[in-house]
Write a protein that binds this ligand. Sequence first.
Ligand SMILES: Nc1nc2c(ncn2[C@@H]2O[C@H](COP(=O)(O)OP(=O)(O)OP(=O)(O)O)[C@@H](O)[C@H]2O)c(=O)[nH]1
Ligand SMILES: C=C(OP(=O)(O)O)C(=O)O
Length: 234
Amino acid sequence: MVCPDPVVDSRPQPAVVAVVPLKAIGSSKTRMAPALSPDDRALLLRRTFDRVVAAARRCVAVTEVLVVVGDDRGASWAMMSGASIVRETPGPGGLNAALAEVDASLGKTPSLVIPADLPLVTGEDLDAMVDALPGVPGVVVCPTADGGTGGLLRAPGGIVPPCYGPGSADAHVDAARRAGVPVRRLLLPGLALDLDRPSDIALAGGWRAVTSGSTGPGGAGDSETRPVERYPHR
Ligand SMILES: Nc1nc2c(ncn2[C@@H]2O[C@H](COP(=O)(O)OP(=O)(O)OP(=O)(O)O)[C@@H](O)[C@H]2O)c(=O)[nH]1
Ligand SMILES: C=C(OP(=O)(O)O)C(=O)O
């Protein structure tokens, strides 16, 4: 019997470095402070960070996961996750400066920036981003629901500068257009939610789901079983 050839996508897969920025833990998730203690904020971030690193590992094109850390605690999380570590240069530049430093060190290597606070991201989401790359040079921007950037794939890595901040999805698309680089905007639910405010926890399935790592498709969720008073500002 002759079996038909499987349908194969013959486009070459770029080798991509996943870059996960992780701010100094003690000064992270400050918008959660009205509802969560420092320990709970750190626990939340640890869980989403582990999820993001696991998703990056499952992405077929990702050859290395690089965590850009702001302190020793972040470095120890990154080490335990098995990722490579880059220590950001201390200074006032914040996220964009930390990422620009990494861009410079990666040269032409394609890079996929994924924030550490995404509770729903999967390896399939990241595969979809890579599949959406219009070519090299090329850029894929996955917006979050509030106009931020849940995923930024750039090939080569520094082809447009990091423009994180309010409205950054539009800013990244505009920067690519200005540079004459083909760009795609891709809406993916797994990259559309980041945990910024207490109300975002319910959107991810609730406290127990997020901190047990059972969010997303098939995840248990618990938004109905957790006392509402835990999030007084919702
Ligand atoms: N290395 C590094 N990562 C950063 C920096 N600022 C933000 N990040 C990371 O970028 C992602 C998005 O961060 P934000 O949600 O804007 O900031 P946050 O500190 O987590 O939360 P807020 O304190 O509420 O603003 C998270 O993964 C952060 O850890 C920075 O200055 N350096
Ligand atoms: C800085 C950003 O994230 P956040 O919305 O978490 O502040 C961003 O997406 O540009």
